[in-house]
Design a protein around this ligand. Sequence first.
Ligand code: HEM
Length: 356
Amino acid sequence: MEKRSKDGTEFRELVVKYGQVMGKPNISDFFPVLARFDLQGIQKVMGKPNISDFHPAISECVKMLSDRREGEIQRNEKKHLIQILLELMEQKDIGISQDLVKIKAILVDIAIGGTDTTITMVEWVMSELLNNPEIMSKVQQELKHVVGMNNIVEESHLPNLHYLDAVLKETLRLHPALPFLLPKRPSQSAIVGGYKIPEGTKVFLNVYAIHRDPQVWESPLEFQPERFLSPSTNLDYAGNNMKYLPFGSGRRICAGIPLAEKMLMFIFASLLHSFHWKLPEGENVDILEEFGLTLKKSERRVEAISVKPRNCKDLDTIFPTGFSIYNIRVRIMMLVGHFLSLVRSSNQLLSLLHYC
Ligand code: HEM
């Protein structure tokens, strides 16, 4: 247990370090001729900026599961994501070539793409709700109506939680987890808006600025979930409307949207259904941002008081009464693992891989 917790902490620090270095402006991107001098020491800090940083952790995971695979399948136990990937690796007729390096790359993509972004969004959503108690109370009213106070939140309730959905969308508008998306490099030169973008240029798209542009958003700096409830707005995460792109757009759009959406809905529906949350008297959550690939809160530790309105055994295990937002970060790692274990059929996974 102690080892797992140490490995988890190291892994999390690695993911954060990776994000910080990837997001740092690098003079070599503007003057590639300087790249070999590594003037800002970015290459040095990063070591080898590729997935080999993650190999020990991922390799150990793949080996552990590969060793246990046979026995578990025979005992008809539930298959794990990695087991399904390993099985796909052995099938030749599925139209996707898998090898261990690709499996590791997929796991690293999931680890980097799926954890820090989700954790960061949990912090922003909770901060906005704590600063806007009347909005939190509306979400709780909706939960009372849709779920009822004698039930626990189930997956089937999620599509009916329209106001919570609007709160998440509004938070992703004001605080997009990846404010410049992921950098792209065009394979051909192109002219965009009159500017020539030479082939191979590193391009960042400033979604943060688009989401706060007064020409396309009314009162853009105000937190107003209602703007996502109007049928005329009709904004989703599919990246079809260029004024709202929290998950990007086009062929490199986030591969984990259904998982991310469901996790955030489930987490907040559960947290707000079972607990009342408030800040100590007279305090506000600071919403200052920290620069990096992921848009983090600069002050992470927010002490919120959670008052449990009723006994809820399952949630007690994951979220004991009186924990702070900071503690949620640790718990999310558990939840991401839990949700990934829901991807059980190779068909589901195959369709995911086709999109990756
Ligand atoms: C709230 C949570 C999340 C947010 C806000 C988010 C956002 C994003 C964004 C903005 C991109 C870049 C898209 C672009 O550059 O056009 C991206 C890429 C990606 N995301 Fe997510 N993501 C989240 C959760 C997840 C999860 C849970 C997974 C998987 C388990 C995931 C997997 C990926 C992958 C693999 C990519 C790279 C896609 C590619 O380059 O083809 N993300 N995400």
